[in-house]
Design a protein around this ligand. Structure first.
Ligand code: F6R
Ligand code: ZN
Length: 193
């Protein structure tokens, strides 16, 4: 790992990073239980499309370091629900994250363990600050074109996927009458215990 200052480049046409340590590819099959329309989910599983990709420059997992990279959510829908990331709380809850939208149209769905929620629109040039304690999920609300964001978060943050896998997000972003709408997640349930 580099110990001196270094640079990397982001392609403005496709958001690709010139160098990276991790390339994460998430397919539909990794999203079991997250999409509301289960028959639509099951019908798409045989094709198991790639929903999103992350290119990350890895840094030591310590508080003073900053992980950074690019998230690319491909367009599509499962039933009426747009293509989205799994979403997570940071394991160290008191860690924030900054996203900068480079390309596409989308939304960040967020909530706290205490039940506050927020959905912020993402479009090119927009900077989103996700405060400590807020779980976050990116949603591509355009039916054509990738949603590309640059992100930075503390090296020690870690990812708690389990809480969202179990309870989901309180809000979903669905297409209704040709536009993106925020609805209550009828299947949301508080963590047991
Ligand atoms: C890191 C972060 C992003 C996401 C990426 C994929 O803390 O928030 O880099 O990891 O957008 O989403 P998930 O991690 O939810 O699969
Ligand atoms: Zn995060």
């Amino acid at each position: 790992m580099k110990q001196r200052p270094f640079t990397s480049s982001i392609s403005v046409t496709d958001g690709a990073l010139s160098e990276y340590d991790n390339h994460i590819v998430r397919r539909l099959s990794a999203m079991k239980g997250q999409y509301l329309d289960e028959p639509a989910y099951a019908a798409m599983l045989s094709q198991d499309p790639v929903l999103y990709e992350v290119y990350e420059i890895k840094r030591p997992e310590s508080a003073g370091e900053l992980m950074h990279g690019i998230s690319i959510v491909h367009p599509g829908k499962v039933g009426d629900e747009y293509s989205m990331t799994k979403g997570h709380f940071h394991t160290v809850l008191d860690t924030a994250e900054v996203y900068y939208c480079l390309k596409g149209e989308g939304a960040m769905v967020m909530e706290t363990p205490e039940g506050e929620w927020s959905v912020e629109e993402l479009r090119p040039g927009r900077v989103l600050y996700v405060p400590p304690r807020w779980a976050h999920r990116s949603v591509n609300t355009a039916l054509r074109g990738d949603l590309v964001t640059f992100f930075i978060y503390p090296g020690n943050a870690g990812h708690d996927y389990g809480t969202i896998e179990q309870q989901g997000f309180r809000k979903l972003v669905m297409e209704h009458d040709g536009r993106a709408q925020i609805i209550d997640n009828p299947r949301w349930r508080a963590r047991e215990g």
